[in-house]
Design a protein around this ligand. Structure first.
Ligand code: SF4
Length: 189
């Protein structure tokens, strides 16, 4: 199955897409995220990739209009995908709503704002409803997503690509001891 190549896509099926597995079995999302979360060097390197992507995207001058509609997936046709390593990075912060995760809405959004700005995935960093430089931002997304994918491989971690709301819901939708005490993971500013 081919991996989606656009950062936002209208696709109702949110099953994780496998990159490869050593045994030919699809790894569980929980397990893949947990392994990423335990690799501090991986998380640090991911933060550095985000910082470089932010600098390149910021230089393009696209404006955030601040309405927050890009994060309301239940109201729009947008779907945003992220890797399991990015999901580990994001879910190191518990959503403000705790374990009450709404379907198809990002639980990190508070009003129009993102409460997890430092931890948000690459797709959130590259997406603006401002059409200015949209093509270039897509190219930048592809470039850095390729780096993130390669980073999973370099650290011997499984790579899954999952729709954001389904992924967060799976990580917080039921009590999971691994989520406690993980806020010590460093975040690149
Ligand atoms: S992580 Fe933040 S920017 Fe990304 S969809 Fe959620 S609220 Fe929006």
């Amino acid at each position: 199955m081919e991996e989606p190549t656009t950062l936002m896509r209208s696709r109702p099926n949110s099953r994780p897409l496998p990159d490869r597995t050593a045994s030919g079995q699809l790894p569980s999302l929980d397990g893949a995220v947990r392994r990423c979360r335990c690799d501090e060097q991986f998380l640090t390197a991911l933060g550095e990739i985000y910082a470089r992507a932010d600098a390149e995207i910021g230089a393009l001058g696209a404006e955030c209009l601040g309405g927050g509609s890009c994060c309301r997936f239940d109201l729009t046709a947008h779907r945003l995908y992220l890797s399991c390593g990015e999901l580990a990075y994001l879910t190191a912060q518990t959503p403000p709503s705790g374990q009450r995760i709404p379907t198809r809405r990002c639980p990190y959004q508070v009003g129009p704002r993102c409460s997890a700005r430092g931890r948000r995935p690459l797709g959130c960093r590259a997406y603006f409803c401002d059409k200015k430089s949209r093509n270039r931002r897509s190219e930048i997304y592809e470039q850095y997503h390729g780096e993130i994918r390669a980073l999973h491989r370099a650290h011997g971690l499984d790579y899954l690509y999952v729709e954001l709301t389904a992924g967060v819901q799976q990580m917080f939708g039921r009590p999971c001891r691994e989520h406690f005490g993980i806020d010590k993971i460093g975040v690149a500013k």
